[in-house]
Design a protein around this ligand. Sequence first.
Ligand SMILES: [Cu+2]
Length: 496
Amino acid sequence: MSSTMSQKTLSRRSFIQSGIAFGGALATGARWSPAMATAPVLKVYSRTIEVNRQAAKVFSVAAKDGAKGIYANEGDRLSGSLFNATDEPLQMHWHGQIKAPYDQDRARPGGSALPPGQSDAHDFELTAGTHWMHSHSLSEQQMLAAPMVAREKDTGDVQDVVIMLHDFAFRSPQEILAELGGKSAHEGHETAAPSRAQSMPPAMPGMPHGPGMMHAMPGPGSSPMMMGTPHANDVRYDAYLANDRTLDDPEVVKVDRGGRVRLRVINGGTATAFFISMPGLIARCVSVDGTPCQPVEATTFPIAQGQRIDLVAEIPGDGGAFPVLAQVEASQFVTGIVLATPGATIRKLATSAEQTSGMVDLGFESQIRAVQPLSPKQSDKAFMVMLGEEPGYRWTINGRVHGEHQPFEVRLGERVEMTFMNPTMMMHPMHLHGHHFQVLALGGRRFSGAVRDTVIVPPHAPVTIAFDAAQRGAWLMHCHHLYHMATGMMTEVRIV
Ligand SMILES: [Cu+2]
């Protein structure tokens, strides 16, 4: 197995080394050659991976040490250049990085794309926790994403294991968008490619069709999904990946007998929510979207697009092999990795679960309490945010698609409360740039919930959040379902 390049960097010791790389002490890092001193800190490039025994061209992000993404320590900075070595313009978004200055994130209104062959300079302190970077355009579908983890000072003696999930298609995102019947709504460089879009792609070989699949593939221009019952999975994928691999040939991460593991799961899927489980182990959620929460023990943990979840588990003293499974919402598809102690027998895992999973709902969210909630304060502004769907795969906020949107206007320092209402039949993971917010009410019931940056809004379940407007700028707020965002479900919060 060619597995361990990415996980090699994840031992505690390696995090410390990696911290040197991002801590501004490059010149003294013994691992760097003089030539590397001028090399970019991050390079975005194209590569070929194998999915279901077929070659697939995808994007990747490499750091100087060869790791895919950033593995650093709390307090470290991202200092240096991001080089676009692809042949496509790039709008990189630092998801969850609330210390990144407004003008260092190209995913902003009017933010142009970084042309091929060019670099951006960056210098900001990494936000502690499990965060990530991804392109803010359709190329996110082609895996233009990577972890951005700054290990918390108080993490303790645990082994960090990062898992990045993806929903993978051999078709281009432009084709997928056209299959859905949608057109790109927001300004930018991409348009829906009509070619091949009218034909129904063949069924996924060797994979069962869960209920969600029934809703896949509406004809262009039609929108059968507007009616009927709540549903998920409106895109038909060819595979679900965990650290670039299917469960047929999963990554195997070595762990210690009796050791403690902290899984940092990142949902880089563009249209897929998952349920995480660790059969044979007791898992506790200690952080959501990179922000600590009171520990919550459960057997399955939902994670929607854009979200992260940190799970801590103890490996038994007598060792063994322990799968970490990610089952697609409303489906039987499963992906994942395996944690194994030395010498453990690793059994073949089924890529299809016996039971179809349910839909992601607010049950888990209602159990999460932030370690550090927002300070008690009356809100200065309160907004209603109505999520909507119109015929022709047009997804809206307050009745408008992005481009025709009405920004939410607030002042620096104001406490802003927002209530998302969702009369549509799909769940929307809503994400606000540049801020962490607190969940304050679910289904109308107020409580002091999680602090995070992406929250799900299921059909007919209002969700209220609050945040303190922290930095001037026009911050994007959008659904993290890529094709909902691309066809209109995006607006901005203007802080003046
Ligand atoms: Cu959505």
